[in-house]
Design a protein around this ligand. Structure first.
Ligand code: GCO
Length: 467
């Protein structure tokens, strides 16, 4: 597809996560994570044991980024490598891996962007005290974060504490769909909120150490949301959609920017919801240097009296669907059942966040797509991912419209993902990479057309891009 005349005004980065790409799960003293346990219990779902073998092949991936001019690389550190026992002593071999990785990135002119927690809790902490259900996690996470800040803080400027806490709290401790597979579907135990409370406390506590140890660094938290589009124009549906967005997204960022839960959440007062004390509010204030948003899709929301809500969040009277009352789909299918393509919703979402929080600097820290039917396609055809090129063109142009017409301040944009990888409950069946990974042939890397095309659009390379 032709390169659009106007170049995006934000930088282009690529994102990854340790459990999805590293493999080497038993090497250099790494302990098991809750996702290793999950994978062992679901052998039909492939395995993260080797996946992209990034642990051994990162130098090659850095060369690929260099070739295409990518200058921001988002990756996560595995707690299980750094402090295998969850708390207590540091494992020098595990920490050494990230130190070498950071050095290699910097030597290649690539800015490391570090996520401290991308869902891979040490299994020992789940076993010992229930993981995020226990306030002990706050001290243990802070200790872990401090060790990493001390080791990498002089070389790494950009950080995130937690990736998509809504996803791991709701799916891990509510619906049971994700590790550690605890269920509290109706919210009777208050699990999801306990998790939520402890993530906010741990974030505040880790950022306090961060300010001391990495005074010139920038930090935030990657928040994910699906835009809530009212299914009809009725007042009830519009209010339900707004409420849904508050329960899904503002419930994380209101405590940071406004010092309290959204009014709709307080009113509902689900079991487990803590009171945000003035001390916590003060610690959270200013703890986002930028608003890091992961965005993929949207759904219709409608008012449903007494209906179900998000798992464990307490009953809220909105439910979601991909189809409007008139049967219209919210967008075309992708390879993922949870995800339809809706660039217009991306623009609305960016404006919603920007308006609510008084125009924060924003980074899109994940956006991407798995091409339908591409999982079993063979080389070289699968490298011809025009579908993904069109997806990125449309979503990025929506972001550009948000900047030029809605006064949103977006400075960075990370594609999910650099590499095809282990997609959690979908195993290897969904490929989100800009680079194809041939799992059957020694994890060989093959850059897709989308990588070359994006690189050209952003003006990052010309030679490598043979589109
Ligand atoms: C995340 C995401 C990634 C997924 C991606 C595609 O939360 O950061 O879950 O890890 O692979 O969103 O589904």
């Amino acid at each position: 597809p032709p390169i659009p005349a106007e170049r995006p005004p934000f930088f282009l980065g690529v994102a990854t996560a340790a459990p999805q790409i590293e493999g080497a799960v038993a090497e250099d003293g790494r302990s098991r994570s809750i996702w290793d346990t999950w994978a062992a219990a679901h052998p039909e779902n492939d395995s993260p044991n080797v996946t992209d073998d990034f642990y051994h092949r990162y130098a090659e991936d850095i060369r690929i980024m260099q070739t295409y001019g990518i200058k921001h690389f988002r990756f996560s550190v595995a707690w299980t490598r750094v402090i295998p026992d969850g708390n207590g002593s540091t494992n020098a071999a595990g920490l050494g891996f990230y130190s070498r990785l950071v050095d290699a990135l910097l030597a290649a002119g690539i800015e490391p962007v570090v996520t401290l927690y991308h869902w891979d809790l040490p299994q020992v902490l789940q076993d010992r005290y229930g993981g995020f259900l226990n306030e002990q996690i706050v001290a243990d996470f802070t200790h872990y974060a401090t060790v990493v800040f001390e080791a990498l803080g002089s070389r790494v400027t950009y950080w995130s504490t937690f990736n998509e806490p809504a996803t791991f709290c709701v799916s891990g401790y509510g619906s049971g769909w994700h590790a550690p597979s605890l269920r509290d579907q109706q919210g009777e135990q208050g699990y999801v909120w306990e998790c939520h409370n402890n993530v906010l406390r741990a974030h505040a506590s880790a950022v306090r150490e961060f300010r001391r140890l990495v005074p010139n660094g920038k930090i935030g938290m990657n928040l994910a949301v699906q835009w809530s589009e009212p299914r009809s124009d009725s007042e009830a549906d519009r209010a339900a959609a707004e409420r849904h967005m508050e329960f899904e997204l503002a419930v994380w960022s209101d405590p940071v920017y406004r010092g309290d839960w959204p009014a709709s959440v307080k009113e509902r007062n689900p079991r487990g919801l803590m009171t945000i004390t003035p001390e916590l509010a003060a610690a959270l204030r200013g703890s986002f240097d930028m608003y890091m948003l992961n965005f993929y899709t949207a759904k219709y929301v409608y008012y449903l009296s007494g209906g179900w809500g998000m798992a464990g969040q307490g009953v809220i009277d909105a439910a979601d669907t991909f189809n409007a009352t008139n049967g219209a789909s919210i967008g075309p299918e992708t390879a993922s059942s949870w995800f339809k393509e809706v660039p217009w919703a991306f623009r609305k979402q960016l404006k919603w966040v920007s308006d609510r929080y008084n125009r924060p600097v924003m980074w899109v820290t994940e956006n991407g797509v798995a091409v339908p039917d591409s999982a079993n396609e063979l080389l070289p055809g699968v490298l011809n991912d025009t579908y993904r090129i069109n997806f990125y063109r449309d979503y990025m142009q929506a972001a550009m419209a948000a900047i030029s017409q809605d006064n949103v301040d977006i400075q960075g944009y990370f594609c999910w993902s650099l590499l095809d990888n282990w997609e959690w409950t979908s195993g290897f069946k969904e490929r989100f990479g800009l680079v194809y990974v041939d799992y059957a042939n020694n994890q060989a890397r093959h850059p897709k057309q989308s990588l070359a095309w994006l690189s050209r659009w952003f003006g990052l390379s010309s030679g490598a891009a043979q589109v």
